[in-house]
Ligand binder design. Structure first.
Ligand code: DMJ
Length: 673
């Protein structure tokens, strides 16, 4: 006989069970009870016919089987109990730490796992300092010293409780010494379309370093917890009032759009990964999967969208191994390519990513030098991953061209370059600040990314640092701080942008990679200056620009601030350099300086309802004049570098394996050290 079962929903399923019927049942002879009684009678007759020995053997066998049955039942019960309770534990852990289902293995270790044997926070116990691997390169003064202390947080649950506890403490502190009485003040601050490349090859594996052994992650410490807490506070504001938009306006509880591409969310993805905020990451990932659309009639700035969006997607792909991010990176990468269709191949500043058209700013046909020379790490990596060389070719051509250009001053470049002629314009002004800064940074970083083979990049970098030493370094009074000024048509100006504070970190990175040891000395003096740009100011936060005093005057500090320059945009450069300095020297003072800065951000820029804001006046602690804007780089860079600065785990983004783009998105070094 055959039984058929179909399901109401979905395709019918056919299950067949065959049943063999005895002749009597088959024809329905006799009732069920009758046949049972008949079977009982015949069994008894058979038993009686057996010999005594046969009966004893059978009885013995039954007894033996019964004993075995009892024993195995007891031990299975134990095993079952432990399985059940283990799976309950697992479920609980799963609920606390939702696991990411990722296509490829992650490069970074997963966040701290639960260890159910330990007690609860706040019983923070000390742990043995983690062993730091021997640093193979660079002068001996760059060797990392073992950290003195780290906090062991036992479980993921402990971590979150600790974070929550910090929030509580912070809330109490806020009510006691909050001096931010903002009362909601609001200060507003023709090319042809190139279709996405059809010859994209199968993507490479996530990263050149992923296959390496994962070591035990070093437990996070209290300062890192404070960074996590700050991040979550910032994220809360973004989530509540600006979700999917470019930037949070935390005071007006709204948002601003620049490109309309969820800039903060994308910029923050890899930070969430590094901080171990998997729930937030998963939620943001969903937005990228379902809502991030680049086919939009919108003008974007080539540089900004490359460093923040392309860079952010590529690094998140490397860290998570999730191919969604690579797909999105390819999409935006292709859409940015029309920018390179210029007479000189020096890209235009703006691209319409929906229409595939690009153009210079309305008032000029110039592009900014830093912008056209700080997109290389990202496009080169995109070529490596896709196997499509057009991205790398386009950006390498820019570098080769700039290498040959005249108009430099001992390796220092002017700030503008013309997209028609390909020549520098506005000659004679040299700065390491706005419009030139990351040109220098990317010379070194491309050289490292490519395995230290591209000599022209190194030559240009070394020459430029000599140029800095020769033309731009001066010492201030009274503290004799070494700073990097500017040169305008032969005249030195003691003006230094906060942006220049990337330089100590870059110099230290170069020295770590075997370049002149005096670069490290210079890095040490410059980072002290950058710290003083915070420490000498009333709020302990740096202004956007400072002017240094070249002559001692009674009652004057080294740092002078002009009214137009006293804003702070939550920028990362000093914290970034502190991170490099700590990694390469192990000197705790760099961590302490970073800690001061974090506390001052919390004091003067934190908005109680969620988010942090830029401020207009770093000199007025009683009213820092909030600007009502949280820049995406606060999450993408500032908090990420803070977290890394406070870490003693050199494998948390190992600097011999990763190179950070200028928006703090780590990309793999192609030939890791
Ligand atoms: C960021 O977008 C990048 O760090 C860029 O290189 C400079 N400006 C901001 C941060 O200050």
């Amino acid at each position: 006989a055959a039984m058929y079962s179909g399901t109401a929903a979905g395709p019918p399923r056919r299950d067949f069970i065959s049943v063999t019927l005895g002749p009597e049942e088959a024809v329905g002879v006799g009732g069920y009870n009758n046949s049972k009684a008949w079977r009982r009678r015949s069994c008894w007759r058979k038993w009686k016919q057996l010999s005594r020995l046969q009966r004893s053997v059978i009885l013995f066998l039954f007894a033996f089987l019964a004993v075995c049955g009892v024993i195995s039942y007891t031990s299975m019960g134990e095993a079952w109990k432990s399985i059940t309770s283990k799976s309950l534990d697992d479920q609980r852990t799963e609920q606390a730490i939702p696991r990411l289902k990722l296509a490829n293995p992650a490069v970074l270790p997963a966040p701290q796992k639960a260890d159910a044997n330990h007690g609860d926070y706040p019983d923070l116990s000390l742990q043995k300092p983690p062993k730091l691997p021997h640093v193979r390169r660079g002068p001996s003064n760059l060797q990392i010293r073992a950290p003195q202390r780290a906090t062991r947080l036992k479980t993921r649950h402990d971590t979150m409780r600790a974070v929550e506890e910090l929030v509580e403490v912070d809330k109490v502190e806020k009510t006691e010494k909050s001096i931010i009485s903002w009362r909601g003040a609001v200060i507003e601050p023709d090319q042809s379309t190139e279709p996405p490349s059809s010859k994209i090859m199968e993507p490479e594996k996530p990263s050149s370093v992923e296959a390496e052994d994962q070591k035990e992650p070093v437990p996070i410490n209290e300062r890192q917890l404070a960074v996590i807490e700050a991040f979550r506070h910032a994220w809360k504001g973004y989530k509540d009032f600006a979700w999917g938009h470019d930037e949070l306006k935390p005071l007006s509880k709204s948002y601003s759009e620049w490109f309309g591409l969820g800039l903060t969310l994308i910029d923050a993805l890899d930070t969430m990964w590094i901080l171990g905020l998997k729930e937030e990451f998963e939620e943001a990932r969903k937005w990228v999967a379902n809502d991030l659309v680049f086919d939009k009639n919108v003008d974007v700035n080539l540089f900004e969208s490359t460093i923040r969006i392309l860079g952010g997607l590529l690094s998140t792909y490397h860290l998570s191994g999730d191919s969604l991010f690579l797909e999105k990176a390819k999409d935006i990468g292709n859409r940015l390519m029309p920018a390179f269709k210029t007479p000189s191949k020096i890209p235009y500043s703006d691209v319409n990513i929906g229409r595939g058209t690009a153009h210079p700013p309305r008032w000029t046909s110039d592009s900014t030098v830093a912008e056209v020379t700080s997109i290389q790490l990202e496009f080169r990596e995109l070529s490596r991953l896709t196997g499509d060389e057009k991205f790398q070719k386009a950006v390498d051509e820019v570098m080769k061209h700039v290498h040959t250009l005249s108009g430099k001053n001992d390796g220092l470049v002017p700030m503008f370059i013309n997209t028609n002629s390909g020549q520098f314009t506005h000659l004679g002004v040299y700065t390491l600040g706005a419009r030139a800064d990351s040109y220098y940074e990317y010379l070194l970083k491309q050289w490292i990314q490519g395995g230290k083979k591209e000599n022209e990049l190194l030559e240009d970098y070394m020459r430029a640092i000599e140029g800095v030493k020769k033309h731009l370094l001066q010492r201030s009074e009274p503290k004799k701080l070494t700073f990097v000024g500017e040169l305008a048509h032969g005249h030195f100006s003691a003006k230094m942008d906060h942006l220049v504070c990337f330089l100590p970190g870059t110099l230290a990175l170069g020295a770590h990679n075997g370049l002149a040891a005096d670069h490290m000395k210079l890095a040490e003096t410059l980072i002290e200056t950058c710290y003083q740009m915070y420490a000498q100011v009333e709020t302990g936060l740096s202004p956007e620009i400072v002017h240094f005093n070249l002559h001692a005057q009674k009652g004057h500090k080294d740092v002078e601030i002009k009214p137009a320059d006293r804003h702070n945009l939550l920028r990362p450069e000093t914290v970034e350099s502190l991170f490099y300095m700590y990694r390469f020297t192990g000197d705790k003072k760099y961590q302490d300086w970073g800690w001061e800065i974090l506390q001052n951000f919390n004091r003067y820029t934190r908005v109680p309802t969620g988010g942090y804001t830029s401020i207009n006046n770093v000199q007025n602690p009683s009213n820092p004049e909030p600007r009502d804007k949280m820049e995406s780089f606060f999450l993408g860079e500032t908090l990420k570098y803070m977290f890394l600065l406070f870490s003693d785990d050199i494998d948390l983004i190992n600097l011999d394996k990763y190179i950070f783009n200028t928006e703090a998105h780590p990309l793999p070094i192609w030939v890791p050290a």
